[in-house]
Design a protein around this ligand. Structure first.
Ligand SMILES: [Zn+2]
Length: 143
């Protein structure tokens, strides 16, 4: 009887300890998915642009548009493609460190709650106005 009770308490404690980690991981995955769908969006735009370039080349070869129009449109497409490739590179290279992600998430959460922010005088970490101690270094925060 006593050992059953012990295991129940142990399991509940473990769940209680792990719950915040699990929740944070879900939140972080949400952010990562958001970023990769942004990248997928850019890649789709690039594909559209490349097929538009092929279309315009085809139209020119078929004699549907003049050489001037063709060159002008192609130049425009090329500019768009360069911009798009830059943005794709930026989206790919944006491997935000976990620590920074968590800080950003925390700041987002605070903004959503409309809480005023203060800065830790010791380590400079942002903290909600309602906090009396820094959650990073434990420094007492001035009111
Ligand atoms: Zn601090």
């Amino acid at each position: 009887m006593n050992s059953v009770l012990f295991w129940i308490i142990a399991l509940v404690s473990i769940a209680f300890i792990l719950w915040p980690f699990w929740r944070r991981r879900v939140a972080l995955e949400g952010v990562t998915n958001g970023m990769s769908s942004h990248l997928a969006d850019l890649l789709a735009q690039r594909d559209n642009l490349l097929s538009a370039i092929k279309d315009i080349e085809f139209d020119y070869e078929m004699g549907k548009i003049s050489r001037e129009d063709f060159e002008q449109i192609q130049e425009q497409y090329r500019h768009q493609a360069i911009e798009l490739f830059k943005r794709i590179d930026a989206a790919k290279g944006r491997a935000i460190p976990r620590k920074k992600l968590e800080t950003e998430l925390q700041m987002l959460r605070q903004q959503r709650h409309g809480e005023a922010e203060k800065t830790c005088p010791s380590c400079g970490a942002p903290a909600p106005a309602t906090h009396r101690f820094c959650s990073y270094c434990g420094q007492r925060l001035v009111e």
